[in-house]
Design a protein around this ligand. Structure first.
Ligand SMILES: Cc1cc2nc3c(=O)[nH]c(=O)nc-3n(C[C@H](O)[C@H](O)[C@H](O)COP(=O)(O)OP(=O)(O)OC[C@H]3O[C@@H](n4cnc5c(N)ncnc54)[C@H](O)[C@@H]3O)c2cc1C
Length: 410
């Protein structure tokens, strides 16, 4: 009887367990998941703001295009378990799904707990044992896996071990980077760890004053310093915070930030209006407010808390009468509204990131099996590997695809 031990009962670990259990459904192996939390998949519970964007209903090329780090490594994993397989799986175990904007797939119930329950129930129904314990190390003998050692010193023998311990973000969910330490102890290279899909620190002091202000239907463009073409430009929602900016647009933009480069952001506060249209709109507003102070003339155009900041950036005195504002000044005001500037001083720490950038080097993992090239019988799955994707359900798909492939090969 083969002993298969999976370290971590998150998205990747549970999928690996199901895949291995199916493979050995006629017997021949005992599959055990060791999870240090008393409830598995705590991170999955908070995905998609509690709704769980479980995958993206797209093709292989789109999966690859949405994976900025090491996409080619994932080719086999994605090919062997596509988003449509994820969808078929959940529907077959009683979780109806729906596809929303951008092909994002959610449970019809809008409840991440349904995804977690489906995974855990399927694991249990297929005879997989779930142990509540913390793995401290992977044991090896002569370059082969021999088992795992728990932090209470108990040892579990194993012929194959899957490290599916997740990344280093939202550590309260259990992903405290243990897998990196285990991999390093076995001679694996772990690339630099930082966050992706993460808020940004900004230089401008006014961010603190604007903290809590959410902007909807704005266009955020991210520029590498000195470059004219943005590396990211999308319309959507963002938020000011005490340290800078956050929200869906900012998290997506952060995936394009490269280490060692400087960036700035321009926000188009009125993307539906061209410069001319905006100027006409302001002219119309001004014609009804002739004797008002400039600082009191923008209420119909901008959120209240943003007005003093825009007034300052426009260079027009706040107490200047609207009828004294020159065309040149007005055009500069339009420019500020269409290109509201922010200087990015860095990304927030990995702890606050949706996904970890960096991890166990893909050069040392066989992409066709997820097995270590250094230790026989050792496999990796999920966020612990040096891969990450954009928002849209792609990261969970990585966990499911790599988990599936590892489970097939243990
Ligand atoms: C706020 C938030 C929202 C997100 N929303 C989405 C979304 O909507 N769609 C999407 O595709 N992705 C989303 N993600 C990303 C997604 O959650 C991850 O990509 C995915 O959970 C990674 O799966 P994993 O199994 O590799 O790691 P995890 O899900 O983190 O699981 C790792 C498990 O290993 C356990 N573990 C760790 N160390 C040990 C040890 N030593 N012994 C035993 N057990 C251990 C942990 O307790 C944990 O349960 C979101 C992430 C966050 C933080």
């Amino acid at each position: 009887m083969r002993n298969i031990v999976i370290i971590g009962g998150g998205a990747a670990g549970l999928k690996a367990a199901i895949s291995a259990a199916y493979k050995y459904r006629n017997g021949g192996a005992e599959v055990t998941v060791v999870e240090k939390n008393n409830r598995p998949a705590r991170k999955v519970m908070i995905t998609g703001k509690g709704r769980c964007n479980v995958t993206n209903n797209c093709d292989l090329d789109t999966l690859i295009a949405n994976t900025p780090r090491n996409p080619r490594f994932l080719y086999s994993a994605f090919s062997s378990f596509l988003p449509q397989d994820t969808m078929t799986f959940f529907e077959s175990v009683g979780v109806p799904l729906k596809t929303e904007r951008g092909n994002r797939v959610f449970p019809v119930s809008d409840k991440a707990v349904d995804i977690v329950d489906a995974l855990v129930n399927t694991v249990k129904a297929n005879g997989v044992r779930i142990i509540n314990g913390e793995v401290a190390a992977v044991l090896t003998e002569n370059g082969k896996v021999a088992g795992v050692k728990l932090s209470n010193s108990e040892a579990l023998p194993a012929d194959s071990v899957v490290i599916a311990t997740g990344g280093a973000s939202y550590s309260v969910t259990g992903s405290t980077g243990d897998g990196y330490r285990m991999a390093k102890a076995l001679g694996h290279t772990v690339t630099d760890i930082s966050g992706s899909l993460v808020p940004m620190n900004c230089h401008e002091g006014f961010c603190t004053r604007l903290s809590g202000l959410s902007l909807k239907n704005v266009t955020l463009s991210l520029f590498e310093k000195g470059k004219k073409k943005p590396v990211f430009s999308e319309m959507g929602e963002m938020l000011f915070t005490h340290f800078g900016i956050s929200g869906p647009l900012v998290l997506s933009a952060s995936a394009y930030v490269k280490a060692g480069k400087e960036y700035n952001v321009l926000i188009d506060l009125k993307p539906a209006l061209s410069l001319d249209m905006l100027d006409n709109r302001i002219l119309r507003d001004f014609s009804q407010l002739q004797n008002k102070d400039f600082a009191n003339s923008l209420d119909a155009l901008l959120p209240k808390s943003l007005i003093p900041v825009v007034v300052k950036l426009s260079g027009i005195q706040g107490d200047k009468k609207v009828n004294q504002i020159s065309r040149e000044e007005r055009l500069h005001l339009c420019e500020v509204i269409k290109n509201f500037p922010l200087t990015v001083t860095g990304l927030r720490p990995v702890e606050e990131a949706i996904i970890t950038r960096g991890g166990v080097s893909v050069k040392e993992i066989n992409p066709a099996t997820m097995e270590s090239k250094l230790i026989s019988g050792l496999f990796f799955a999920g966020e612990v590997i040096d891969v990450d994707a954009f928002t849209g359900g792609f990261n969970l798909q990585i966990a499911f695809s790599t988990g599936y492939l590892a489970g097939q090969n243990v």
